[in-house]
Design a protein around this ligand. Sequence first.
Ligand code: BG6
Length: 491
Amino acid sequence: MRKDYNNCFPKDFLWGGALAANQAEGAYLEDGKQLSSADMVTGGTKDKPRMFAPRIVKGVYYPSHTAIDFYHHHKEDIALFGEMGFKMLRISINWARIFPNGDDLEPNEKGLQFYDEIFAECQKYGIEPMVTLCHYEIPWNLVKKYKGFYSKKTIEFFVRYAKTCFNRYKDKVKYWLTFNEINCATIAEGGYNGLGLLQKKDLLNDELIPLADLTDNAQERFEALHNEFVASALAVSAGHKIKADFLIGCMINRITWYPLTPNPDDILACQTKNRIFNDFAGDVMVRGSYPTYIFSYFEDNNIDYSFITKKDQQILADGKVDMYTFSYYMSNCISTDPEVEHVGGNITGGARNPYLKLSEWGWHIDPQGLRYTLNLITDRYPQVPIMVVENGYGGIDKVEPDGSIHDLYRIEYLKKHIIEMQKAIVQGVPLIGYTSWGPIDIVSVGTGEMYKRYGYIYVKRNDDGTGDFSRKKKDSFYWYKKVIASNGQEL
Ligand code: BG6
């Protein structure tokens, strides 16, 4: 019998929110932590790119260094998440807190204790933690000394780090993700962010340069991505040995690509884009092997794929993930016509869709695209549960003189996406949870701004470094609380 549309969320549905360490914690050199790759990137705006130099430049603002000071406010923040009724909180562990240089033999006890505290707070409010081991940052020392994941040594370091976390937190954390948006390494923008891969030229450069100007080497990038797949699979296998009921997932940045026109050229270009950007990484991690179509892509792009050894293939086959998780903010179009209008997007942009509105940051708003994506994922991987682990509206919030914040645009955005999740569930999608992005305002990855806010909770912190870090509930706070209390029935 067809599920009741108004009452379709499973009774133990995991409602919550998601954060990343470098966008929230601050305290970038406290209690033994050393620099991470994210600490080397300056603030920017929609019109001014984030910059990078292989050293910290005096007098320049680096948002991750202080972020929203979650490191010192986590008790207060988790209490607010508890008040909203969160069932799940997705955080990431900052690798450089646990292994400050990445290649250390012993972990930093103070770093481990910080996450003990976080999980203890979560437990107080009945919040199930989900942990991303690597969310767009790796210890800076690994970037400098080993070229990030381009080196096989980094696989070893990551597995040591993963096992340390699994062993330490095995009785507190059941849900794990290995790498955030691992598929972003299929495009140049993901080389530094996702893999810690830098070319010598950029490492020797002394000036601040736009992140987008970092040298890309596709051969090395795909080799480094392969090493990440291997590291992830080894971590999955090790994790299952440490605790059989761990649920360890992949995390994919899903940008739903539509062909801009029915021109067969657009259709085929769109198919390739979907395969390489959206499907490839998930195929490797869920199915445990490289899909056939990637080899012709490698050949077309002169990528020598002899790095995929027999031994590695076995590791991938043995380390398949238990669940498929993804981020969804927008869709974009693909066109073979160079004249069409382009718009931005999450990590990468595309052609303008005339049927959709744009956010203030120029991202398409496409709730139906979420249903379409959920259906595609279910058709492709019917064997695993699915979670939306990021979705949200980055916008400009105004604090009224009485301190209230009426973020109706955010409520609208989220409501429409949740309605599409309902429809997807009714159509048979095995969706087990939804952690919206940035339940409390945090630093934006794309622009480094605080001005672009996602939260249900406002943080008084501005891009000029002012603000006392105080927290305030927005209208969406009360709305989301109601959504969770009614298990998605009251929207
Ligand atoms: C995802 C990342 O790509 O998008 C998050 O996993 C990020 O870390 C989010 O914050 C939203 O992007 P932005 O640029 O608005 O912060």
